[in-house]
Design a protein around this ligand. Sequence first.
Ligand SMILES: Cc1cc2nc3c(=O)[nH]c(=O)nc-3n(C[C@H](O)[C@H](O)[C@H](O)COP(=O)(O)OP(=O)(O)OC[C@H]3O[C@@H](n4cnc5c(N)ncnc54)[C@H](O)[C@@H]3O)c2cc1C
Length: 366
Amino acid sequence: MSLPRLTIIGSGCAGLSLARAIGQDKKAEIALITDKPATDRSEHIWGFWHMPWLDDAAGQATHKWHKWRFMSDDISVIHHSDEHPYHMLSSTQWLSYCTAQSGTKETISPITDTAVKDDIGKDTPQAPYFDSRPKPAPEGALLQHFLGQMLKTSQPVFDPSIATLMDFRCDQSQGLHFIYLLPTAPDTALIESTLFTDTPLQDAFYEEAIKRYMTQNYPGIAYDVTRTEKGIIPLADCRDTKAPNHAIGARGGALRPSSGYAFTFIQKQVAEIIAHHDKTGTWRATSPLSARDLWMDKVFLRVLSKHPTTSARLFMRLAKALTGTEFACFMSGTARWPLIAKIIFAMPKLTFISAALAVIAKGGRA
Ligand SMILES: Cc1cc2nc3c(=O)[nH]c(=O)nc-3n(C[C@H](O)[C@H](O)[C@H](O)COP(=O)(O)OP(=O)(O)OC[C@H]3O[C@@H](n4cnc5c(N)ncnc54)[C@H](O)[C@@H]3O)c2cc1C
């Protein structure tokens, strides 16, 4: 018996993660259309906390940490979680695993909005489709921009049992800036210089920040850079509001505006699409982020853009107020109301109330 046909536009994280899940259960014959092959994308890592919908991804991850820390000039906070370790997954490895599991091949053909409307999107139950072409970030959006280097040191200096998620002991002259360090062996680590501002910088800025961090924290240690990755992620709501049931990935609201984390939400969205199909026999995408979390993110982003110089303290306060498991749940969108109340209680009240009022006054925009 031939399988029903389903079109997926885009072979990035969302397109291929969905194609994998459909291919694994042989639910449909997939037409995967994209503007450039997945193999042309440069390798980077995806970080995520293990959650129930991430078993497949966790199985492909190369490293995990049950402990992670946050550091500033005056304090250091260490989190530990048995249930929700932080994982590191290579994008190349995940995309090729998904390709193999999907049982399909990409067709290279840039798709326009008109083609979606007039051709692919002649939406009948016989011709369903999902669209992951990214939407441009709204003008003036805060950006997460970063450059990371995979380092191999001449001597064992790193502790591979603990990841550093945010270390604010670096140059704050250009706005909120932190170092992210994932040690995978005593002599190997991914180190990234990351900023949350509205303007990306020249590579030299991030490279110098990494160099200075290494000199200050590991004096006299020589190292080679074995790989570089960089990115710019909009810290904003980039959803397609016109065809939300067809939109997946960042286009489908799976990018968390306050953190730039998308991988976990994409996998959650994929799991929800499959569950919906199992239940109803129809294909439909929903946003994996709750309206409550999106609202809180808008307020948080408003605070970050209005108070860049004190934002590091906010992250440290948040880290200090929560346990590792609570932090992982909050970052992965599974926080229940008591945890949300704990977070609200930990934040400076006046700053957040005035940001919330400003968001309300702007009709829900950050
Ligand atoms: C270097 C880097 C590191 C990151 N690290 C993390 C992390 O640690 N954790 C995390 O959660 N997130 C991370 N992210 C963010 C996350 O990777 C992205 O937000 C996520 O990949 C979005 O997936 P997507 O499928 O929505 O979009 P994409 O992966 O961008 O896929 C979009 C697809 O659409 C295709 N396409 C575009 N235009 C057209 C067109 N006109 N016609 C046909 N196809 C088209 C593209 O070629 C691509 O295949 C990182 C991003 C980068 C760049």
